[in-house]
Design a protein around this ligand. Structure first.
Ligand code: Z98
Length: 732
């Protein structure tokens, strides 16, 4: 399967012959570092290999369109509920710099005692089935080729079916997984004996399959009332899972500790979070660090969440991170929307590249409070571990509710999560293995009658297991004819085939849109008005997803989402395809022999000059380079003065810049330029062009000018237009 940038992902192609698709690569991949990487005008200290295709950050066009990639893996969590929609999100995220794509499982999957098949739809995530995983890996293999970088695919090995899931992941080329038995016990109330027995088996499979393991300690911050107080417990949770993972055979370089800066502004964030980050990296040197962003205090304000993410990422750079995970900034208000996946990834990479080389510029002070605070967290953690030992071990400590409370150890707030060692989901099902027990796959923890003998694998005794001989894998397609991908695709693909297009954010063609309204009233009235106005805009099921008070009496701003149940016919749209630029040499060949004069100015009462200089100035790649004779009159120039200059120089081209838009003055200036030129008998021979951040081509033409250029225009664009207009051969 091959992807081309100008074509949408063909889901039918992904599903074709899936039964025979095999992952072409297994195990985890890190980015390839490029120290002192020169790119455009800059040299980066902390960069990795460039992508062959990507969408650069918006301002990159001012720097030659470069797209530096940071040295750490960047994660985004994808959770639409339908894998077929997830695939398109993943492709978009990969183009924006994500190379670790985590699919969230559907709510409640932890309590399924086995694997499911087919492609049922999930809630807030997808059910993990072979078909969904295989389709995803196949699509990601194609995306890897498209962008030129390996993509690590990741999900969770937890719940009641941990080992089954681990085997499935190893078979299908999943590259990373969360695995932490404490997560089962504390946050999913699964029996502790079963959780740890299964974890040993699952970890062994992850170890042999080359997967990277991420632990679950971050969940303690997410559930604590006062997350910054549980930092000693976080170290304890990391220690328990790390020691257990090592014992099950995972090497340290494939154990990633999941760490989150625990607090959020307006708390004094760095003062609380940095000592914890330092303590963790000191104690667990030699392991990998997966820094996740804080969700504990996330509200519905995307801006606030973004600032928290930037500060979290600063902490990653001040300490270290091998993986920078991102959370969508809209996590506090709805199931993550695809463009917010991209926003999260962009926040991380913008911050990481902006902080490039930070460790060469600043060092953490060893003589300040940091060192002592970090040491104190470690001391408290050690005391906690000693207490666990003294109380009879981990199970006893959990039974006594010593984990996840708001107390700063050894303080206890009496709100720990207590679990009965003989209780929870799946209690009483752990059996001692019979002496003749034979493991179904080679990767196995503990006793197995099929032993490894003289260099042959254990499964040689029965002719190979599914991990060694993939032809033995049983692929089950759909089980449910209604809740299946084929069925779900009927409507969106049918509409696409009929040439119809709908907006979407959560699922294909869902029609969900978001509008922003400010209402000058007290909050309760303003909210009611926002919803009513959204209804009048034709939005079904309008819902305020964010309200921000600007002033108790002066008003509030609202983001309202709703369903716009409209489809447009693509063929009927007045699509303005951008005209191809002419080549530099072609423009110059026309312009240079003709002695063409251009008069240019910022008109009206407008003092902005940068945009126009960019278009004219040879140093900025402006039109002077082609041999145009440019007469720049400056800023706040009257239209009469402009046309006087046209007459004086016998100019053929007029470029006006108009940035200020108050009272529509930009449109007015365009209209008046056209009228005045006509009055003075000059209009016929002139090419009149307007430019400015709010100017569009349609607006300029409507005002009587020949063309308008907006944000991002280059001299080459303007020159191409002028040449086409002046050259009778081209204008035909
Ligand atoms: C993250 N934002 O880690 P269910 N095991 C562990 C987990 O942390 C999780 C699961 C299993 C988080 C994602 N974490 C949430 C250690 C979930 C998933 O039962 O399917 O929800 O378990 O990036």
């Amino acid at each position: 399967m091959k992807l081309t940038p100008d074509e949408r992902l063909d889901l039918r192609e992904v599903l074709r012959d899936l039964e025979h698709y095999r992952p072409r690569r297994k195990g985890w991949s890190w980015r390839r570092r490029r120290p002192d990487h020169a790119l455009g005008p800059f040299v980066y200290a902390d960069a990795s290999e460039d992508l062959t295709r990507s969408v650069p950050l918006p301002a990159a066009h001012s720097f030659g369109g470069i797209d530096p990639q940071c040295d750490v893996v960047v994660t985004t969590e994808i959770a639409s509920g339908r894998f077929e929609d997830d695939l398109r999100r993943m492709r978009m995220a990969a183009w924006h710099g994500a190379d670790h794509l985590m699919v969230i499982r559907t709510t409640g999957q932890s309590h399924f005692d086995g694997l499911i098949e087919g492609t049922p739809e999930g809630v807030g995530g997808i059910p993990i089935t072979r078909k969904q995983i295989r389709a995803t890996r196949k699509a990601l293999d194609a995306v890897e080729d498209e962008i030129g970088r390996p993509i690590d695919f990741h999900s969770y090995v937890s719940g009641l079916a941990g080992p089954e899931m681990a085997v499935l992941f190893a078979e299908e080329g999943v590259n990373g997984a969360h695995q932490d038995p404490q997560y089962n016990v504390l946050y999913r109330n699964i029996n502790m004996h079963r959780s740890f027995v299964e974890a040993a088996e699952a970890k062994r499979v992850l170890a042999d399959g080359g997967l990277l393991q991420i632990d679950g300690a971050h969940n303690a911050n997410a559930t604590a009332k006062e997350a910054w107080k549980v930092t000693p417990e976080l170290l304890v949770q990391h220690a328990v899972n790390t020691a257990f993972s090592r014992a099950a055979g995972l090497p340290p370089e494939r154990i990633a500790l999941s760490t989150v800066p625990p607090t959020a502004p307006p708390a004094p964030k760095l003062r609380l979070d940095l000592p914890y980050a330092v303590a963790l990296r000191r104690v667990f040197a030699g392991y990998r660090f997966r820094a996740q962003q804080n969700t504990r205090y996330i509200e519905s304000d995307v801006r606030e969440a973004t600032v928290t993410h930037v500060l979290d990422t600063l902490i990653s750079r001040l300490t270290s991170a091998d993986i920078q995970s991102t959370i969508t900034p809209d996590e506090g208000r709805n199931i993550p929307w695809h463009y917010n996946n991209v926003a999260g990834v962009e926040t991380a990479r913008q911050t990481l590249m902006g902080l490039d080389g930070l460790d060469q510029l600043v060092a953490l002070r060893e003589d300040g409070p940091l060192d002592g605070q970090a040491r104190e967290i470690v001391e408290r953690a050690v005391l906690f571990l000693e207490e666990i030992e003294a109380s009879g071990g981990y199970y006893a400590a959990v039974a006594e509710g010593r984990f996840v409370d708001s107390g700063h150890y050894p303080e206890r707030a009496g709100d720990g999560i207590a679990r009965d060692p003989e209780g929870g989901v799946g209690a009483g099902v752990v059996r001692r293995r019979a002496p003749g027990y034979g493991a179904p796959v080679c990767s196995h923890f503990g006793h197995n009658v099929y032993a490894e003998e003289g260099g042959t694998k254990p499964c040689a005794s029965y002719g190979g297991c599914t991990l060694c001989d993939p032809t033995k894998i049983r692929y089950v397609d759909e089980l449910d004819t209604e809740d299946s991908v084929e069925r779900r695709l009927e409507k969106p693909l049918g509409e696409r085939a009929a040439g119809l297009l709908r907006p979407e954010v959560e699922k294909a063609g869902d029609g969900v849109v978001c509008v922003t309204l400010f209402l000058p009233e007290r909050p309760a009235v303003a909210r009611a008005a926002a919803l009513e106005l959204a209804r009048r805009m034709g939005l079904r099921e309008p819902e305020v997803i964010h309200a921000r008070l600007l002033h108790p009496a002066e008003g509030s701003v609202f983001e309202v989402k709703g369903i716009l149940d409209e489809a447009v016919r693509v063929a009927d749209l007045p699509v303005a395809e951008p005209e191809e630029r002419l080549a530099h040499a072609e423009i110059e060949a026309f312009v240079r022999p003709r002695n063409l004069h251009v008069v240019a100015a910022t008109v009206g009462e407008d003092e902005h000059s940068v945009g126009m200089q960019e278009i004219l100035d040879i140093k900025h790649g402006g039109i002077e380079r082609y041999g145009f004779r440019c007469h720049y009159l400056g800023t706040s120039v009257t239209l009469d003065a402009l046309l006087d200059a046209v007459e004086r120089h016998d100019a053929r081209v007029v470029l006006i810049s108009t940035i200020v838009t108050h009272h529509d003055v930009h449109r007015e200036n365009m209209r008046r330029l056209h009228a005045l030129a006509a009055e003075r008998g000059l209009r016929e021979r002139l090419v009149l062009v307007a430019g400015g951040t709010q100017v569009t081509d349609a607006m300029a033409r409507e005002a009587g000018l020949d063309a308008g250029f907006g944000r991002g225009t280059t001299g080459q664009d303007v020159a191409s237009f002028v040449v086409r207009r002046l050259d009778p051969d081209r204008s035909g």
